[in-house]
Design a protein around this ligand. Structure first.
Ligand SMILES: Nc1nc2c(c(=O)[nH]1)N[C@H]1C(S)=C(S)[C@@H](COP(=O)(O)O)O[C@H]1N2
Ligand SMILES: [Mo]
Length: 426
């Protein structure tokens, strides 16, 4: 960074601090400040004057708005992974301050007052084109009957790094440990209500929500805005157009003003910052259900799996990686963690303190519920001092449990195997 005498560099730094929540604007809204900064500076102007997204990869322009303290988050490119030890002692729903962020580009600066949802396509009565779309504004949604759900959102790539570290397999994508998952209380309007009011017909088969964040460029190819089709059966079932997270308006990073919440499905289905929804009588395609979010590899000889839907069963200790645990004097270590599954309620969790050689039941601290994780605890008695490998294994109501290995897929999705967690007891 240039010295502060350089006005442009200074204003860029100021903007960064403001966006990180480290600076105050003294009564100015963030929007107004961005406008002022746009007038004051050249390079920032293109970003700010559009009231649109900062472009990912622009040096010095953060892609996530909320503070990312290192105790809580591990930053991975444009994304932030929740450190599981930061969830210890928190409720079943976690605060937005701790919720992981997965951004393809950057959190856009949107305004609920001017926001509109445009619904269009040949699956609606009258087949309105995108320019003739049925529109809803923020207050229209707020006036409709609301529903509240406690639900996990999890990235399909959560656990991806363990393909390399446990199975010796190279995969592409963000090298998450287990913290690309979170649970919150979401409130909003059932997507079915909006689709019915927009005039969905029996001929509709797919619904494609699209985000208002910047277009996503991968390997030099512009793939357009983030969007992914949902079959009508799911769209009319339990999907929410959410405008609240834990009783407050959605924070910018989590989709303000309105996002989809698609319970139990891979996180990419839960499109943030939704701006339009196409309703189609033919199946729709986007890169997010063709080249991404399917399983590719030798285990799928025909080409690829169908587009991913539900998440697999997983477990995580609320411990740092290579944590040091004090077990010396009390001869007992209290372990806690969380387990979840997209296929049904988690009904059983077992813990191993000897690298999966033996397993003992953990005690569930929450009543098993669909779309939610359960917290659990385990007392490790008389631990031997020195290094140890912990493991946790959950089983859901369908009987789906966590294997020791999973078949490789080249993009490293759905790592549901038991994770070996190294610790040291002192
Ligand atoms: N518009 C838009 N929606 C999006 C994304 C995105 O980059 N842009 N990321 C998706 C992915 S891959 C995941 S895992 C979830 C993450 O939601 P969160 O950032 O609120 O945790 O949002 C999904 N919705
Ligand atoms: Mo994701």
């Amino acid at each position: 960074m240039e010295p502060i005498g350089d006005e442009i560099a200074y204003d860029q730094e100021r903007l960064q601090q403001f966006v990180r929540g480290q600076a105050r604007a003294h009564g100015l809204s963030r929007r107004s400040l961005l406008r002022l900064l746009a007038l004051a500076t050249g390079p920032v102007a293109t970003v700010a004057a559009s009231a649109g997204p900062a472009r990912a990869g622009t040096p010095g322009i953060p892609t996530i708005v909320k503070p990312l303290p290192p105790e809580v988050f591990t930053v991975r490119g444009t994304n932030a992974e929740t450190n599981f030890q930061a969830l210890a002692g928190l409720g079943r729903n976690e605060p937005a301050s701790h919720f992981f962020v997965r951004n393809h580009t950057a959190t856009p600066n949107l305004d609920a007052a001017s926001w509109q949802l445009r619904v269009f396509g040949d699956g609606l009565r009258g087949a309105p084109s995108v320019t003739e779309a049925v529109t809803f504004d923020y207050h229209d949604l707020r006036r409709m009957p609301a529903r509240t759900v406690d639900a996990v959102v999890e990235c399909a790539g959560n656990g991806r790094s363990f393909y390399a570290t446990q199975q010796g397999q190279a995969v592409t994508g963000t090298a998450w440990r287990l913290g690309a998952v979170g649970q919150a209380r979401w409130r909003g309007v059932p997507l079915s209500t909006v689709l019915r009011r927009a005039g969905i017909t029996d001929a509709a088969v797919d619904v494609m929500p699209q985000g208002l964040d910047d277009e996503y460029v991968a390997d030099g190819v512009n793939l357009g805005r983030v969007r992914r089709p949902l079959p009508v059966a799911k769209a009319l079932d339990d999907v929410l157009l959410a405008y609240e997270m834990n009783g407050a308006p959605l924070p910018p990073d989590h989709g303000y003003p309105v996002r989809l919440i698609v319970p139990s499905w891979v996180g990419i289905a839960s499109i943030k910052w939704v701006g339009d929804i196409e309703v189609s009588t033919r199946p729709l395609l986007s890169p997010w259900n063709t080249q991404f979010y399917r399983l590719f590899g030798d285990a799928w000889p025909g080409g690829a799996s169908p587009p991913l839907t539900t998440q697999v069963t997983k477990s995580a200790f609320e411990l740092a990686w290579n944590a040091t645990l004090r077990g010396g004097t009390s001869r007992r270590v209290h372990l806690t963690g969380r387990s979840w599954s997209g296929r049904g309620r988690v009904t059983k969790v077992e813990v191993s303190t000897d690298a999966t050689a033996t397993w003992r039941p953990a005690r569930l601290l929450d009543r098993p519920a669909p779309d939610q994780w359960v917290r659990w605890e385990y007392d490790w008695h008389r631990p031997t001092l020195g290094p140890a490998v912990l493991a946790a294994r959950a089983t859901d109501e369908t009987g789906a449990t966590q294997p020791t290995n999973v078949a490789l897929n080249t993009q490293g999705y759905l790592f549901g195997a038991v994770v070996l967690h190294p610790v040291t007891v002192t």
